[in-house]
Design a protein around this ligand. Sequence first.
Ligand code: ADP
Ligand code: MG
Length: 735
Amino acid sequence: MRSWSWEAVSSRLQNTLTPGSCAPLLPAGEYKPETLSQASDNLDTLPVTVLKGVGPRIAARLQRLNIRTLQDVLFHLPARYEDRTRVTPMGAVQSGQQVVVQGEVDLAEVRFGRRRSLLVRISDGSGALTLRFFHFNAAQQAGFTRGTAIRCYGEARGSAGSLELIHPEYTLLPGAAAAVMEEHLTPVYPATEGVHQLTLRALTGQALEYLGGEDGDGALVDWLPDGLVRSFRLTSLPAALRYVHRPPPNAPLELLAAGRHPAQQRLAFEELLAHHLSLRRVRQRTQQLAAPAFSGGQALLDRYTGSLPFKLTTAQQRVVGEIQRDLSRRHPMARLVQGDVGSGKTVVAACAALLAAGAGYQVALMAPTELLAEQHYRSFSDWLSPLGIDVAWHAGKSKGKARAAALQAISSGEAAVAVGTHALFQEEVEFSRLGLVIVDEQHRFGVHQRLALRDKGRVHEQRPHQLVMTATPIPRTLAMTVYADLDTSVIDELPPGRQPVKTVAVSQERREEVIHSVRKACAAGQQAYWVCTLIEESDALQCQAAEKTAAMLAECLPELRVGLVHGRLAAAQKETLMASFKGAGLDLLVATTVIEVGVDVPNASLMIIENPERLGLAQLHQLRGRVGRGARQSSCVLLYQPPLSETARERLAVLRASNDGFEIARRDMQLRGPGEVLGTRQTGEMQFHIADLLRDESLLTFVEAAAAQLMELAPDNVAPLIHRWLGQALDYGEV
Ligand code: ADP
Ligand code: MG
């Protein structure tokens, strides 16, 4: 007789956490549950339609939640919990609490205020509360007669003495019947249109009955071998599932809400393991592919490093060594180079390019923005032309003769190195013998893109080697999960003589002073950036704002040569401007965030960032990395618009306190979540049911070891485990 008025409120309860498009990494055909066991009651094959109340219509809707089998139902895990197991006396209710209260109706009336609402006064002897409904019908209103017993569930708002429950769920309790309370904490599931909480609760309830005994001998196979479960002291799988779907009334709500209960952690661990294993398989498959082994590039490499005005740092040398070893093998390299802003990743990329060119193969270097690609084109031309290596340029915007000439040079093989944007991988670009693909500063690039790129560069049965350089360095444990398909190198050292950028936060109210400091710095021969940010996504608005600022600054600082660069300028214009700034032909460069990554002008030592509160930490760190590239002490002024929110204040404080990209990325993830920081592509492929990359970092440290154990003890369990967590839509496949 649990007659909570579900239908009326379920839409409100529906969680917005609908799982995103999950694109698992297991190629189609890899694992077919049907072949695994003849037993017809295996939960990974039993369709949801065996459950009561699931016909074709509901089954179709459940597919939107990626639920097809009983196993899928069991692994559709609650997003949160509500405690409806006990009644709270009204006198003890506090604002902000989610409570069940029970009492009698004293009074019901319709108020015509700003919004028409139905107010129902209830009391239980210990105190009184008001229920407020904005949507109600006459029948509902008529039900609230004085003296009727009622039970409600909702969140209390307001202050003591005048607490309200807004649109609570409620049940009228006819007669004096004491209604049965919920026995468990109430799970709230990720839902979708047409599949309500009540349905999901009923389905999980039924599916749990199929689960079998505590010892795990039921119809759901635990793919983790005993030894592994014991060595990591994991809760048994059936017990964990039962607990998370139906936590007992005395369950520690806070622990559950935080996702840190051992039952949740067991599942989170398994999920992280499944993701890690799926990426490991991608890596294993790479090892089975063929690639050209490069040899004979050493002489060229030595000539290049000898021509540089500096010596490679020990870290750079080590990473070049790692790349060189990979490139000498007959299988495609898949390596990620992580390094903080300014650690010198470009030079490392050039070394890799030379090893390929020296072996007679072509290199494609791809940058995320045209501005950065142009800059790389210039550096690579300067570095490589003297060594007799031709460099071509190709981007979406290249036109006419220049474009045709570049395409011709690339397809004839005359250009050993092609630099550009993602346009390099469009149909019309044909390489004569591509051997290496370098992707610079591209953290918003998921495993699917990496694989597609590799397959596009395929020549007969040979795939090109791949080097990815990331703009956002992340902690090792995290990298092992997100980038487990790649080998990782870290440039953990900055070139000598670098001084950390001094960072200050200054209010817009002191803008005059800031302008004056720009005047002083430039008078002393320094160069400065003035970065304009806007929330608007619109390119046009961004550029407009930058134009205004540039005009204003030119007026205030007539003695300075002021330039302006933004995304709407033609490629040639941008190039001229950047070259002019680099050659000290400009003192002050006003820019939009187009200069965020990669731009390298060592003489620039002052940066003003307007409205830094609008940007993420990692992005600010990247921007700031445009200064502090020479030996001079550099500064960064965060020119904020007061008043600052608490988070914004915290973010700016992190930036003032630290110059370490790893640390900053960490804090950024805490403040904004890994999805925002790592980029949608990267994490879009990583939709977790229960794991959380940040919260479960301590689990991540064990995932690698557990994966090794599993592959050793029970290699056949790997595929079904991946299947269990990453689902049915197996669509990545080798293109
Ligand atoms: P990032 O890792 O941010 O891409 P860059 O490759 O742009 O860094 O290098 C930053 C600056 O440091 C460049 O001006 C580059 O020429 C210089 N640089 C790179 N390696 C060294 C080194 N070993 N010693 C001194 N300067 C270096
Ligand atoms: Mg770079």
